[in-house]
Write a protein that binds this ligand. Structure first.
Ligand SMILES: Nc1ncnc2c1ncn2[C@@H]1O[C@H](COP(=O)(O)OP(=O)(O)OP(=O)(O)O)[C@@H](O)[C@H]1O
Ligand SMILES: [Mg+2]
Length: 277
């Protein structure tokens, strides 16, 4: 797919120009895994600043280090070389200011929706009355008020994702790390969830790192899109998405700028799709 007039630009916008504080900073980051005699260099030379309130999407072929970047931000892994900082402090332990949602929702099957959302609140020692009020508030936020007493097995895929999102928000993390959260959903439900996540993130002023394989999703949700490629993987493009900060996700499908952006991103990613595995 080629386009006569490409509208994607690689960014060189500095944090000062964004007028927002840097929350996450990767500087010369590489990660090497050792499994027995095998040495796997997963990523190399990652340099990027993520600012407060930004939604940054991450795309790229399988195995190029997208999840590794989230794990480093969450403090579940430490870099082999370079530094990962959170609010200017090197991350040296599990990063409690981030909330992490993986592709699998990990809801506890023996607990109702209310019980699942309450887990972080119980761990934090919140009293019963306050906890109930907070669970109700979170359920309302994600549209699950009618399903508080339902069990995960009684929910649709989208409802499960919403329950997992409410539980994640119960930790009140300032940064959301989302690894292909909607990959298993059908197209319609996916757009609905994208809309909800986008609006919630804006309303709650969250900083978001969102990994996806879906180019349309990367453009629809991102203020910026990081394109990963290679083995070891690195960021090959850092793209500013010139769509309004407040956008109606569903209406984007008919938006010419959006369509052109998706087409351009396809062109950028096409060569890396031939990366040998
Ligand atoms: N714990 C680990 N031990 C050994 N190798 C690992 C480990 N975690 C990741 N890797 C390797 O690091 C590389 C990057 O993995 P990562 O999971 O970050 O890729 P990804 O871009 O998220 O891929 P996918 O799109 O398939 O989820 C891969 O080669 C992977 O096999
Ligand atoms: Mg991954």
């Amino acid at each position: 797919m080629s386009s006569a007039k490409k509208i994607i630009n690689t960014v060189s916008v500095t944090p000062a120009e964004r007028e927002a504080e840097v929350v996450i900073s990767f500087s010369g980051v590489g990660k090497t895994f050792r499994a027995g005699a095998a040495v796997i260099q997963a990523t190399k030379d990652i340099n990027v600043d993520i600012c407060e309130g930004e939604i940054v999407t991450i795309v790229g072929p399988s195995g190029c280090g997208k999840s590794t970047m989230l794990n480093l931000t969450a403090g579940l892994l430490s870099p082999t070389v370079g530094t990962v900082k959170y609010r200017n402090v090197p991350i040296s332990d599990v990063n409690g200011r981030t909330g992490y949602m993986t592709q699998s929702d990990h809801l506890l099957p023996w607990r109702s929706v209310a019980g699942n959302i309450a887990v972080p609140l119980e761990i934090s020692g919140m009293g019963k009355t306050e906890r109930k009020a907070r669970v109700d508030e979170l359920a309302e936020l994600v549209g699950l008020t009618q399903f508080l007493n339902s069990y995960p097995s009684q929910l649709s895929g989208g409802m499960r994702k919403r329950a997992a999102l409410a539980r994640l928000l119960a930790y009140d993390p300032e940064t959301l790390l989302l690894d292909e959260p909607f990959a298993a959903l059908d197209a319609q439900l996916r757009i609905k969830m994208q809309t909800e996540l986008f609006q919630l993130s804006r309303r709650l002023k969250k900083t978001v790192l969102f990994v996806t394989h879906d180019i349309d999703e990367a453009v629809a949700l991102g203020d910026r899109c990081l394109v990963f490629s290679g083995r070891p993987g690195t960021i090959v493009k850092n793209i500013e998405v010139p769509l309004p900060r407040d956008r109606a996700i569903l209406a984007l499908r008919k938006d010419q700028t959006y369509q052109q952006l998706c087409s351009d991103l396809w062109d950028i990613l096409a060569p890396s799709m031939t990366v040998a595995h």
